[in-house]
Ligand binder design. Structure first.
Ligand SMILES: [Zn+2]
Length: 507
């Protein structure tokens, strides 16, 4: 009896205890624990290295990270080595740079996740030192051209991204003359808009003309956001030649090259500049900005852009590592891994692209990572005219830029400018893009001198390694570790268990 009484008296207390435990467990499961998000068990720690790339130059010293942010940066002499109580990770001679920001990636999620996807794409990014991706509004299904389709993107990214991901929205004929639809899309958080001046290859992403773009810029001006443009315009005569001529060797890369000549890029940019002048100080679209994606033609197109900058247009331009690494002459017959648009041009053009990049006429770099399923690359048939265009490159952009750029004297500071600082500015990310106090602790640690063969022994982490044009190359510059908002998300071939990246929405 006594025992029974005791049990009855204890019951309310036990119930309360059980309820509290349930609440605690439930609360924890709703939020991923630090140990799942990071391969490093600290919230507050120092990184040290002999080569830390800061906006003030390369220093030997230490970076202090607390709760995802950089809270101090000190030189080796200033570092309070003896008084420290925090954890320290010493990277020795390895370079610590701001994490790369790739403003041009097609992650194809939702809708075409067999091509790529948020988990696979952001894991590849982490393995390549990329801490922020801005996802293109097309190649997913549906395209991101409205608040509803943006919501599908954001929902798809939820707890499935290993690094931070922002989103561009699409400027298409359907919304170009509808200011309130564009405003709603911008209010919902896209970081800017993207449009095509030629067919995109995706049915629900039709091309725009200069008049659509003019309308788009007037809305973007109020939001101080950029319009990214795929600048190629079909020229009827060349198109005609291609369609009429049955004798063309479709396995020869030179055939493909003839179907998309530099004059397509030049014509698009010439047309674009008729509205770009609106972005000048005092112009009707002051505050808006134009950004030319993946420039390939380093001749007339580049001259036009340089002139536009001199005239005060708010305009920038990117090119991609594949235009800087490869030349048309060396692309083997039938090797459709190299097909992209605009096409990779000849070696002389490549030299001019490097020159323009080194001279500052090309502002930044991006991957234009645009994979598909291997079947659509038609690798067996090798038909350059029919194969899907797009280079799969996400995680190799840092070693590729470095390996091919060394002979031009590329510096670590230039890499940080092209891959982090300027892309951050384009995407409006004030807390990213530099190792600076108060910024997100988004970092890549890598060994520029380490050489490796890009073969199956290398941890590739790509969804479809067989379609990457870089496989089989020897590169230098090995990523050791990638830190995203203080979390060690990648280390020597391994990823953190959980996907703890943040979707980035403009506020
Ligand atoms: Zn693209």
């Amino acid at each position: 009896m006594e025992n029974l009484n005791l049990q009855w008296r204890l019951l309310p207390t036990l119930t309360l205890l059980a309820a509290s435990l349930f609440f605690l467990v439930f609360k924890d499961s709703a939020k991923l624990s630090h140990s799942e998000c990071s391969l490093l068990p600290y919230n507050h720690y120092w990184l040290t290295s002999k080569r830390i790339v800061t906006p003030k130059g390369v220093i030997s010293g230490a970076v202090e990270i607390k709760e995802g942010n950089i809270i101090s940066i000190v030189s080796e002499e200033e570092w309070p080595r003896n008084s420290k109580t925090e954890q320290v990770v010493d990277y020795g001679e390895a370079v610590i740079m701001p994490g790369l920001i790739d403003v041009h990636a097609h992650l194809d999620d939702p809708g075409r996740t067999e091509w790529e996807g948020f988990p696979s794409g952001t894991k590849a990014a982490a393995a390549g030192g990329i801490t922020t991706l801005i996802d293109m509004p097309l190649n997913s299904d549906p395209s991101t051209i409205s608040t509803e389709t943006l919501k599908l993107k954001v929902d798809a990214a939820e707890k499935r991204i290993y690094v931070d991901v922002g989103f561009w929205g699409g400027l298409v004929p359907e919304n170009a003359y509808n200011a309130s639809a564009l405003e709603a899309l911008l209010n919902a958080g896209v970081l800017g808009l993207k449009s095509f001046m030629c067919p995109s290859g995706i049915n629900d992403f039709p091309m725009t003309n200069a008049s659509h773009i003019k309308e788009g810029l007037s809305v973007l001006a109020r939001y101080k956001k950029p319009l990214l443009v795929h600048a190629e315009m079909e020229q009827d005569s060349e198109r005609h030649v291609k369609l009429e001529d049955d004798t063309l060797d479709t396995r020869s890369y030179s055939t493909y090259l003839k179907t998309r000549p530099p004059s397509w890029e030049e014509a698009a940019i010439r047309e674009l500049l008729t509205v770009a002048k609106d972005t000048r100080t005092g112009g009707p679209a002051e505050g808006a900005h134009l950004h030319i994606v993946h420039l390939s033609d380093a001749s007339s197109s580049l001259d036009l852009l340089m002139e536009a900058k001199t005239n005060g247009d708010s305009i920038t331009v990117e090119t991609c590592p594949h235009y800087l690494a490869f030349s048309a002459e060396e692309i083997p017959d039938g090797d459709t891994r190299f097909k992209c648009a605009p096409p990779i041009r000849d070696a002389a053009n490549k030299e001019k692209l490097w020159e323009a990049l080194m001279d500052g006429h090309i502002d930044m770099l991006s991957s234009d990572h645009s994979p598909t399923v291997p079947e659509l690359k038609l690798l067996d048939e090798g038909n350059f005219l029919k194969a899907w265009g797009g280079i799969s490159s996400l995680q190799f952009v840092l070693p590729v830029t470095w390996s091919y750029g060394r002979k031009y004297g590329v510096t670590l500071e230039q890499l940080a400018s092209w891959w982090s600082e300027r892309p951050a500015k384009l995407a409006g990310q004030v807390s990213k893009g530099a190792i600076a106090i108060g910024n997100h602790a988004d970092l890549v640690v890598w060994e520029p001198e380490a050489e490796f063969e890009l073969d199956n022994d290398h941890p590739v982490h790509m969804k479809h390694p067989s379609i990457s044009a870089y496989l089989g190359r020897r590169l230098s510059g090995k990523v050791l570790a990638t830190i995203s908002r203080g979390n060690l998300v990648y280390k020597e071939g391994n990823h953190a268990p959980a996907a703890c990246g943040s979707p980035i929405l403009a506020t």
